[in-house]
Design a protein around this ligand. Structure first.
Ligand SMILES: [Zn+2]
Length: 150
């Protein structure tokens, strides 16, 4: 199993990464406890898991746009999100379709980054560096992209 994230600037995908669950869990352990707790609290407040579960149960696998039509945290419709990222869980060549895939607006991502300690932001920044070399100019630096290691 592995996760995929793709970052969009407008309609253009500018960055994509895949990470296996082992690596993801390792990085997750490096993040500060305070940051993880603050992010969990934020998610609990903003991500209506129950509603998500209800909805996704009703949607068909051929309606994948419905999974991504608004930010799961701020509920902003996709047309109003200039920049956003999407995340999915895959196994082999297949994408798992349940609560994920999800779309996160740049505004929501920024809010979450504000909840992170410097240590945590640096660790995620290092991760982006490791994956992509120097922060690429199209990504505008890692501060504008935070991998969804929650
Ligand atoms: Zn790995």
């Amino acid at each position: 199993m592995y996760g995929i994230e793709r970052v969009f600037r407008g309609t253009e995908p500018v960055l994509e990464m895949a990470i296996c669950m082992d690596c993801r869990n390792k990085i997750s352990k490096d993040l500060s406890k305070e940051s993880s707790q603050r992010i969990s609290a934020f998610l609990e407040e903003r991500f209506d898991f129950e509603m998500r579960f209800e909805n996704t149960k009703k949607w068909g696998g051929d309606e994948i746009e419905k999974w991504l039509d608004r930010c799961v945290l701020l509920k902003t419709p996709k047309e109003e999100c200039r920049n956003f990222q999407i995340a999915a869980i895959c196994r082999g060549g297949l994408m798992s379709i349940d609560l994920l895939p999800i779309m996160i607006s740049e505004d929501a991502s920024r809010e979450m980054q504000k909840l992170m300690s410097k240590k945590t932001r640096d660790r995620l920044g290092d991760m982006v560096d490791e994956f992509f070399g120097q922060p690429s100019e199209f990504a505008d630096g890692p501060e504008n992209f935070s991998p969804m290691i929650w």
